[in-house]
Design a protein around this ligand. Structure first.
Ligand code: NAP
Length: 248
């Protein structure tokens, strides 16, 4: 029996990077996958095909995670198609980095909406089927920047720190219904978001990492698998850093 056999997982922002790696890892482990994207239509269709090849059911939905009404519609569509939602990974996120004096109100709002409001939007929907089933696992993608802060990333850090406070509160609200809610805080992971860490100059970043290298999306996906399945049945309200030791 696979770790996520017959479970339904909804993963936001899975057309690329960490979300895509989580979708593949969960499918390998037997889960049916509903995933979202914002604009990468072709990549989403290709992922759908790749996931279906594991013999599970997979479907990609174009849905803006920052839009409350769209999240409400998404959850309804997924429940109609898949029957329920057992696991939710709030992974979609963006960064618009700028020093505070140059950070515009629009940039601030965009990041908070895509990264933090999105987590509220979908969590509020998925706890309904989870309460009915008296089981569920919600995994929210924060960042070590939400723990440590980082110059030039105040909006990103605020959104990611907000996710931690939100998760700890929700874990307390719904723990009695056997719904767990945890955070993953990645360090530097090799995706489009960290494209600036390629080539010359990257070494100075890696010197800050005890394990001496950038992380792979699959390494975050392994942690997500642990939090999604029953191996973590007594784990809730926790922040698991996947950062090569950067937050020691
Ligand atoms: P990425 O490669 O840039 O991929 C972002 C994904 O999110 C894409 O699938 C994108 O869809 C989707 N997305 C963005 N805004 C969205 C919205 N409003 N609604 C729905 N989908 C949306 O990013 P990543 O590096 O994999 O990051 C994934 C998560 O991990 C983010 O929350 C990020 O903050 C967090 N994280 C990343 C790192 C890192 O080093 N990479 C470190 C710490 C935390 P489209 O393809 O359609 O644009």
């Amino acid at each position: 029996m696979k770790l996520l056999e017959n479970k339904v997982a909804l993963i936001t922002g899975a057309s690329r990077g960490i979300g895509e790696a989580i979708a593949i890892k969960f499918a390998e482990n037997g889960a049916n996958i509903a995933f979202t994207y914002l604009s990468s239509e072709e990549r989403a269709r290709a992922l759908e095909e790749k996931l279906n090849a594991f013999g599970i059911k997979a479907k990609g939905y174009k849905s803006d995670a920052g839009d409350y009404k769209a999240s409400e519609q998404l959850a309804a569509d997924v429940i109609k198609e898949f029957g329920t939602i057992d696991i939710c990974v709030n992974n979609a996120g963006i960064s618009k980095d700028n020093l505070l004096l140059r950070l515009t109100p629009e940039q601030w709002d965009d990041v908070i909406q895509a990264n933090l409001k999105s987590v509220y939007n979908l969590t509020r929907q998925v706890i309904k089927p989870m309460m009915k089933a008296r089981a569920g696992s919600i995994i929210n993608m924060s960042s070590i920047v939400g723990i440590k802060g980082n110059a030039g990333q105040s909006s990103y850090a605020a959104s990611k720190a907000g996710i931690i406070g939100f998760t700890k509160s929700i874990a307390q609200e719904i723990g009695s219904r056997n719904i767990r809610c945890n955070v993953i805080a990645p360090g530097f992971i090799e995706t489009d978001m960290t494209h600036y860490l390629k080539g010359e100059g990257a070494e100075k970043w890696f010197e800050k990492i005890p394990l001496g290298r950038i992380g792979k999306p699959e390494e975050v996906a392994n942690t997500a698998l642990f939090l999604a399945c029953d191996m973590s049945s007594y784990v809730t309200g926790q922040v698991l850093s996947v950062c090569g030791g950067m937050t020691m």
